[in-house]
Design a protein around this ligand. Sequence first.
Ligand code: SF4
Ligand code: SF4
Length: 439
Amino acid sequence: MHAQHFRGGVHPPDYKVFSRSVPISVVPAPNKVRVPLAQHLGVPAQALVKKGDRVCVGQPIGACVGFVSAAVHAPVAGTVTATPDVNLHTNRVVPGIEIENDTSDTLFAGVAPVTTVDRAAIIKAVQAAGIVGLGGATFPSHVKLQPPADKKISTLIINAAECEPFLTCDYRLVLEDGERVVRGAALMMTALDVHACIIAIEDNKPDAAQHLRALLGARADMRVATLPTHYPQGGEKQLICALTGREVPSGGLPMDVGCVVHNVGTAAAVTDAVERGMPLIERIVTVSGDAVERPGNYRVRLGTPIRAVLAAAGCDIERCAKVVIGGPMTGATATDLDAPVIKGTSGILAFSAAWVNADQPRPCIRCGRCGTVCPIGLQPTQLEALANLRDVNALQAQYAADCIECGCCAYICPARRALVQGIRYGKAQITALRKAVKN
Ligand code: SF4
Ligand code: SF4
């Protein structure tokens, strides 16, 4: 099958060579973890423990509140020493639970496999396990497995594209633990009651694609699709367009065109939740960048300080001019290295000054390149100007809310304008207006 091409996009150097051939290793659980109760999109979890409580690995410490929310679990066994406000890497402060690790790794007695595996049981297990989109979006996965009755889903897409430069955590997961991905995909097919699944991967990872094909064998209901390496191929809308030719409408969701998209890491987490009853307490993080001595992929307990992960990878923090959390296109500069690794932390990239672009933004020269590369067909330079003018009506009329914050416009801009930050500011204005209208 030939993939269709989505519009726009860019070809940044992928820099995956630093970490792609290194097997996943483990960062030891730290003496103390600080686990935020808001690591996902939606309502923060509600604390279930208090200072002085003893907890075991996998024990719920935060309850899922409402439909769009996610439970939070103890990543280590030990004693709750505080319920502090936790500073995230973005400088957002959220409530959290601090646990002193007794290093026993005692497993919570409630961790048990699902006995009767049917649609309802899978969804319940995914919700109980606190699984969210591990590609970085952190949308609660149980919600995506329960589309409204009027949305007929025909295709589950498992996203292994990993189009962000530097990141290789999905690639290593597929190579080292592909069976867990395939079993999780099959479980999600049951949950969604669909009979077609496509595992999508970019053509710069032929060994991973071949491995997945071998794992699928003669299965007729699942297949692997290789897509051209082209950023942002891993965006949900771009993936759907490339695989099915369907366009998600403005303001719409993948389910509006019969698709549900989940990340490969999410699929593996679903397997753990159903087959072992194991909640999401750790994730694979790509640690890379020129300031890292041992770039690679590391299995990290949630709540581990970013600083500890960098140290485990041999990073000399004194040499770091910048640490980016996530990939360089969509990630955020870390404002606090003591902030914890959370469910959406796909990468920790540390750079020396030699790799950091110190150019200041200059006036727009109206070259039009930002509009040419925008995969949504927006006019980024106009949106930036409207955001600065706080013209919310015009921002809405120009479909600013459809921006996927892929960063293509900022990447291509010769004037180094901070277009994504400007548009994000504009989107926040739209959200605030919509909230005000609702209330
Ligand atoms: S306007 Fe938004 S969607 Fe378009 S290129 Fe910029 S960040 Fe990407
Ligand atoms: S790419 Fe930069 S300089 Fe060119 S039109 Fe867009 S904002 Fe202006």
